[in-house]
Design a protein around this ligand. Structure first.
Ligand code: UTP
Length: 484
């Protein structure tokens, strides 16, 4: 046990003595667990963090000169930038065949907007069967392994809040057919949650500090601390295909993207990103920009709206490139960022309702308005640390059907619609007739949508071409629900 009186002095000196206010009345196991939590905190750094981020919102330093970022358009014959898709696809496929690619899912978030009990990856996302999100990824990884003759190892970052239930879920589902040896889980770090008014660390109970996962940017440190990075190196992995837990149709290891990342002349092969053309100026996606000549993502809340509404002569948005949070990082880059404190990612501040106790009375507080500040790191802040970083345009229907909210945009309903639309497109491309319905969209423009619901297993295909020969003779009736 550390010297208790010394610890009390330190906490006194940094204005956090309330953490041990009830210590003497706790059971020995509770005392041990509280001391353990305190040991995990960098107490000396707390006053600086609190002054910089908690008691007053930090000023976001915007680069002086912000320009739209260049990107590789989805259409390689595009008038504004043509490129050789086949060449880069071959380069990416070579990496997959050589076993140099790992898949990495960040699944440590709390998923509060969706409001689902349990890890978000267990959410029933499939349009017909309710296939869980984790199963989509497992099957896509299995299919990729089959196509390239080498199974990419899969790393899943959990948080201390959902680690055990995530692992138990995989056990109960027998790893969705993957070999256990190829799937690794590790929890990310946490940060204390702070009282919004005073900067004091909030207490969840007399013996527990209130904490929150330290953001998806915490994954860089967690990859190293957990030993995942060392495991990757031992397996010969050089590149990490990073994706979020909420998008069932994500390409878990896209050969073209991998090839651009590793072999494009304007990429240092350290960290690359996919982009989506923003659907409208106000869409809440971070934007790829050049700030003082460096590629970076600027949050939608930070770039003035009049700039986000700027248009080019042809009518397209000038700041078009939104981020779906799909990246590739090299193992060497993650090591570089972790090795030097000068590369430490900044924190972002979010005001949240944090259930806690009043440390003076021990009384529980269920706040009705935000009472706490959570600090998180964002993975995209690492982009500026790469020497040269590229952006590759993804097609929305092909690879973006996120489940963020219970209803409305980016909800289970919109995800199911996009899953069906993509499957219908792919089936159409291999000659299967899909029933369509003519209608109008929200703006009154003519549009058509499939008059059926389709759930496509990634085991059948991770891209349209995989369906060749797999769906011969398939018939889809109007209004039907089918699983392929
Ligand atoms: P989101 O920004 O959607 O956050 O995370 P969230 O916590 O899942 O959901 P809300 O905001 O509470 O509704 C984007 C991705 O980053 C992961 C999430 O699991 C998701 O895949 N993430 C987020 C982490 O792994 N750790 C974190 O600390 C935060």
């Amino acid at each position: 046990m550390p010297d208790l009186s010394q610890l009390r002095d330190t906490l006194d000196a940094i204005g956090q003595s309330h953490i041990l206010a009830s210590f003497d009345g706790l059971r020995p196991d509770q005392q041990r667990s509280l001391l353990e939590q305190l040991r995990g905190l960098d107490l000396c750094a707390l006053p600086g963090l609190i002054a910089a981020y908690v008691t007053s919102p930090p000023c976001v330093a915007m680069p002086d000169d912000i320009q739209p970022a260049p990107y590789y358009p989805n259409d390689p014959a595009s008038a504004f930038r043509s490129w050789d898709r086949d060449h880069f696809r071959a380069a990416g496929e070579a990496l997959l065949r050589a076993g140099k690619v790992a898949c990495f899912t960040v699944a440590g978030g709390q998923g509060t907007r969706l409001g689902y009990e349990g890890p978000k990856g267990c959410y029933p996302a499939g349009a017909v069967t309710g296939r869980p999100l984790f199963q989509f990824f497992a099957e896509a990884i299995a299919k990729t392994g089959k196509k390239y003759g080498k199974m990419p190892p899969w790393y899943i970052m959990t948080s201390p809040l959902n680690h055990e239930s995530t692992v138990a879920y995989f056990e109960a589902h027998e790893y969705f057919g993957l070999s256990r040896d190829g799937v690794s889980f590790f929890p990310q770090g946490v940060m204390p949650s702070f009282d919004i008014a005073t900067g004091r660390v909030l207490m969840a109970s007399c013996e527990r500090i209130a904490t929150n996962p330290d953001g998806h940017g915490g994954s860089l440190k967690a990859l190293s601390v957990s030993g995942a990075l060392a495991d990757m190196k031992a397996r010969g992995v050089e590149h990490i295909s990073y994706f979020q837990v909420d998008n069932p149709i994500v390409r878990v290891a896209d050969p073209v993207f991998l090839g651009l990342h590793a072999a494009a002349p304007d990429s240092s092969g350290e960290m690359s990103s996919k982009m989506l053309a923003k659907a409208y100026a106000e869409e809440k996606l971070g934007m790829f920009c050049l700030g003082d000549g460096k590629l970076q993502i600027i949050e939608y809340s930070d770039l003035p709206m009049e700039r986000q509404r700027e248009r080019l002569e042809d009518g397209r948005l000038r700041f078009l490139a939104g981020s779906p949070a799909i990246h590739i990082l090299s193992v060497a880059f993650v090591e570089k960022v972790n090795a030097d404190p000068k590369y430490a990612l900044p924190y972002h501040r979010a005001e949240k309702k944090v259930p806690c106790i009043d440390p003076a009375t021990g009384e529980a507080i269920e706040p009705e308005s935000p009472n706490g500040v959570k600090l998180e790191r964002f993975v995209f802040d690492a982009i500026v640390l790469a020497e040269r970083s590229i952006v590759y345009e993804a097609d929305r229907v092909e690879e973006f059907a996120p489940i963020k909210n219970a209803e409305g945009t980016d909800s289970p309903q919109t995800s199911r619609e996009i899953q069906t639309l993509r499957a219908a497109r792919w089936l159409g491309s291999v000659g299967v007739e899909v029933p369509w319905l003519e209608g109008t969209d929200a703006e009154g423009n003519g549009c058509k949508r499939p008059d059926c619901t389709i759930e496509l297993s990634p085991l059948t295909g991770v891209e349209a071409a995989d369906l060749c020969g797999a769906c011969a003779g398939l018939e889809i009736a109007r209004g039907s629900r089918c699983v392929i």
